[in-house]
Design a binder for this molecule. Sequence first.
Ligand SMILES: C=Cc1ccc(O)cc1
Length: 151
Amino acid sequence: MKKFTNLDDFIGTHFIYTYDNGWEYELYVKNENTIDYRIHGGMVAGRWVKNQEVSLVMLTEGIYKIAWTEPTGTDVALDFLPNEEKMHGMIFFPKWVEEHPEITVCFQNDFIELMHESREKFETYPKYLVPEFAKITYVGKAGKNNDDVVA
Ligand SMILES: C=Cc1ccc(O)cc1
């Protein structure tokens, strides 16, 4: 039986998923235009972010897209198919993040100025594109605007 049918089913959901390249991410759909996330494995493991503003839509029943641009200059587009326990991520890293990932490994909210300085100081192009499917390994209902999920 389908669990996700409308936008309200998606908002307030807490996901953990592992990309086919082994990178593990945790993402909480905080409300209609905000996410929190933490990166557990991969190039920038240890990075975490709260209150990232995003564009969030349901494309068709049970299929959702989240897209945003970060203070680092990284662009991200994610498609979630939670009823199939899978998602697809497309990450567009600026060249500087690929060359200096350690600068971005932090609680970004406390280092916004450093991200802005770094994106000016270092190179943007060519971008490093990471298109990957992921298996969703955890789905939890955390409610809206819960600050204890990614904390
Ligand atoms: C760069 C951030 C980011 C957050 C979640 C995700 O699945 C991919 C990238």
